[in-house]
Structures are given as C-alpha cells and as structure tokens.
Write a protein that binds this ligand. Structure first.
Ligand SMILES: [Zn+2]
Length: 184
C-alpha cells in the first residue's frame, strides 16, 4: 500500500508535504524529533513549514500510523515502526533506541496483570494501557554487556496495550502512547 492509499484508508488529508514527512520518518533509522524531521524533509520539499510537520505527526499519531514518545526534556520523538517493541531512552532522551523484541516481550509479560486489575478496581476504571518509562545513562565501558544493572543503569521507554481483561498483560502494543486528537 503506498502512502496515498494509506492516508486515504485512515481518512487523513493527503498533501505532498504530509506524504514527504511520513515517508521520511519511515526511512529513518532512529526516532527523530519533529525538528529533526523538518530539517531532513525541508530541503527536498516545497513550502514545508514546521507547523505542517507538527500537525502531520499529530495526525499520524492519532491514527496510530506513528508512535510518539515523550522525552524528559518535554519534547517528543517519533517512530514509524508501530510493531510491539520497547525503547531504551538514554540520558535526557536525546537518544532513543529499540529494545530487541524478545526482551521487550519478556519485560511486558512479567508485569503483574492481577495488580493492574486491582488498580483498575480501586480507581473504578478499566485500565486500557500502561506506559513504562525508565531513565538512565550509558553504563561504564568496563561493565560487561548484558551484566545486571541497577536502577539508573539504563532507561527504557515502552508501552503495553492491555486487553479487555486487565490481567491480559501479554502482547505489548503501542496504542496508548499518543494523545488522541482529531485525525484531520
Ligand atoms: Zn522504535
């Protein structure tokens, strides 16, 4: 499915600028900010404003075509890979990398669904998602890769989509990350 069809499927307004923003994000290796995306796309796209980039990312996030990840500096980074995976957030969030899916799944599956269910009961809500955000700095070079790290050793940003039954903690989706707004 090409970008035009994808936008149509999600009832997103389709302009050359919007398509350029989405396609640039898809081809990005990392998780850029809106400003970084603007700088990538601007040289090759006529009449592209920062507002268009921000609005496009908002619209894409609202229909889950991209994931938006808040950073500790109050900003956001974006990911066109909406498959289930957690993120490793380094330092002030200036860098976010993917956690291998196997390890992402392991962490998500270890979450106590019964506790989440009880939290929902206690607050009188049905919990539909969970956002995990750990923060850290790179481990010292001497430390062996894969060695156990205490709090502050690494940071992970991830998300878990919960099933209708709050005890269903397996899966780990991404639908809870972006704030919903009108897809238009
Ligand atoms: Zn990612």
């Amino acid at each position: 499915m090409d970008t035009r069809e994808l936008f149509a499927k999600h009832s997103l307004r389709c302009t050359r600028q919007r398509m350029a923003v989405y396609e640039a994000l898809v081809s990005c290796e990392g998780h850029p900010t809106a400003e970084e995306l603007f700088r990538i796309v601007k040289p090759r796209t006529e009449r592209l404003s920062r507002a268009t980039v921000y609005n496009t990312l908002e619209a894409l996030a609202s229909v889950w075509l991209v994931r938006r990840m808040p950073t500790t500096d109050g900003g956001s980074r974006y990911d066109a890979d909406t498959t289930s995976h957690l993120h490793l957030c380094l330092g002030d969030g200036a860098e976010i990398v993917n956690v291998p899916s196997e390890l992402s799944r392991r962490l998500l599956e270890s979450l106590p669904g019964d506790t989440l269910g009880r939290i929902g009961d206690a607050l009188g809500v049905r919990i539909t998602g969970l956002f995990i955000q750990l923060h850290g700095v790179p481990a010292p070079e001497a430390e062996e890769p894969g060695a156990a790290r205490g709090p502050g050793g690494v940071g992970a940003v991830g998300a878990l989509k919960l099933g209708p039954n709050a005890s269903d903690t397996a899966g780990g989706g991404s639908r809870l990350l972006p704030t919903r707004r009108s897809p238009k």
